[in-house]
Ligand binder design. Structure first.
Ligand SMILES: NC(=O)c1ccc[n+]([C@@H]2O[C@H](COP(=O)([O-])OP(=O)(O)OC[C@H]3O[C@@H](n4cnc5c(N)ncnc54)[C@H](O)[C@@H]3O)[C@@H](O)[C@H]2O)c1
Length: 433
């Protein structure tokens, strides 16, 4: 099948390369010329495990190409994926300008029957708005709009796209459903759930998904904060909770709060959409408030231990919003670093991948280190912010030798407190000591 795709970010590039790998002929379009030039040379503009190889393999096989030409891209495929960004506006709502630009471009250049598939995360009502916009732009256009949200996670995006728990197809058009089944025919396995719904249900499924998971995180963080005050251990509490089959152990790791390009903006967009419809989504609002507050918890612990932070050196391990990605959008590290700087601390940072991204934001405000060990020299405290594997088995006996004071603030609860203490450190986790 010939497939066009708009937006070559995390979702678009993974979708395009994975669909090409299933044998489709894929043309990807992006307005970012430098990104497209890079991609045409087989380079990937961000880090995502396995993606570079997948892109290069399918480019060499002649099934995956890149362009900045809108008209060519619209007229290439019988189906067109819309994978552009939907960032958060100041009022919390989703900024849909890029989604609508693509819909308008598709209406303008479309020839014959085509599908416009919204893969971007968009609030309920957006597919209908795209449909109306297409009709207003070109009343002759024969375009079925489909809502087909994506559930991949950065760090495992290629695997997630090719092994989804579910494929959601939102359209009431039988013709469009038939085409969508063909798009995914190489992917659908007997155990895989394919859900066919209307537009609004498909759009809401994605928001429900991306609200439920942060709700679990904020819940366990709340339990951790109480555990801290009453002398309980949140890891053991979470383990016990996970033993209850109704709860499941996933997303019950207490820590410094969630970040990333999805959970924070999606939960705010749903709250705002609910408000537009006269509903006060108080549970979802609280999830967001708790998460914002959670990012300060570790800084407070550092202050409690070190007192005045002026001229104190603090080491940050991990900058990306989670391991195995270079993405720093809404990363807790940025908030924690800004708070430490405001308190007068000297901040030294390390990350296996994301340093270059952080330099674009923080510049010379912090000192960057490529070595985990160099980063701690003369430090008063280490804060583990992102649980990259590289940090899991560090030798605290060696680490401690070069530190001014041996303090570890474990923002992700990955270390065994007893082992860290054996190396002469004081240990502070989130909800555990
Ligand atoms: N990143 C994730 O983990 C993830 C997972 C599931 C869903 N989503 C959703 O998918 C969407 C895309 O997310 P992302 O992280 O890939 O975004 P991104 O910011 O990495 O990429 C978006 C791309 O769209 C391009 N773009 C903007 N306007 C365009 C236009 N008119 N034509 C062509 N290209 C255009 C941008 O240049 C950019 O390269 C969002 O709605 C997001 O919420 C993201």
């Amino acid at each position: 099948m010939k497939i066009s795709l708009f937006g070559t970010g995390y979702v678009g590039l993974v979708t395009g390369a994975s669909l090409a790998n299933l044998g489709h002929d894929v043309l990807c379009m992006d307005v970012d010329e430098s990104k497209i030039t890079q991609l045409q040379q087989g380079a990937i503009p961000f880090f995502e495990p396995g993606l570079k190889e997948l892109v290069q393999h399918n480019m060499q096989a002649g099934r995956l190409r890149f362009t900045t030409n809108t008209k060519d891209a619209v007229q290439f495929g019988s189906v067109i994926f819309n994978c552009v960004g939907t960032p958060c506006k100041d009022d919390g709502s989703a900024n849909l300008e890029y989604v609508f630009t693509v819909a308008k471009n598709v209406a303008t250049h479309s020839q014959g029957y085509q599908l416009l598939i919204n893969k971007s995360t968009v609030p309920p009502g957006t597919a209908k708005q795209c449909h109306d916009l297409i009709q207003q732009t070109n009343s002759e256009a024969m375009i079925d709009v489909v809502s087909n949200p994506e559930f991949l996670k950065e760090g495992a995006a290629v695997h997630d796209f090719t092994h989804p728990d579910k494929i959601v197809i939102g359209t009431t058009s039988e013709q469009a459903r038939g085409v969508m089944r063909k798009v995914y025919s190489g992917l659908v396995r007997p155990y895989m759930n394919l859900l066919e719904t209307n537009w609004e249900t498909a759009e809401m499924i994605k928001y429900a998904n991306n609200s439920f998971l942060p709700m679990k995180i904020s819940f366990i963080n709340e339990i951790a904060n109480i555990a801290d005050r009453v002398g309980a251990d949140v890891k053991t509490i979470a383990k016990a909770l996970g033993m209850d089959y109704r709860i499941s152990p996933k997303f019950l790791n207490a820590g410094i709060g969630y970040g990333g390009s999805c959970f924070p903006k999606d939960i705010r967009a749903l709250v705002t959409k609910a408000k537009e419809h006269g509903y006060d989504a108080c549970l979802l609002k609280s999830v967001d408030i708790c998460n914002t507050r959670q990012k300060s918890v570790i800084v407070q612990k550092v202050k409690d231990e070190l007192g005045d932070l002026t001229n104190k050196k603090v080491t940050i391990w991990g900058l990306s919003f989670k391991p195995k990605t270079s993405d720093i959008r809404e990363a807790p590290s940025l908030v924690i670093i800004e708070q430490l700087l405001a308190l007068g601390a000297e901040v030294h940072v390390n990350d296996p991948i994301a340093i270059e991204e952080v330099k674009k934001i923080l510049g010379s405000k912090v000192t960057y280190h490529n070595s985990i060990y160099d980063c701690v020299e003369g430090s008063n405290a280490i804060i583990l912010v992102t649980e990259w594997d590289e940090y899991r088995n560090v030798d605290f006996n060696v680490i401690g030798n070069s530190m001014r004071t041996k303090m570890l603030f474990d923002g992700r609860n990955i270390y065994d407190p007893a082992l860290v203490k054996q190396a002469g450190f004081t240990y502070h986790g989130i909800g555990r000591k």
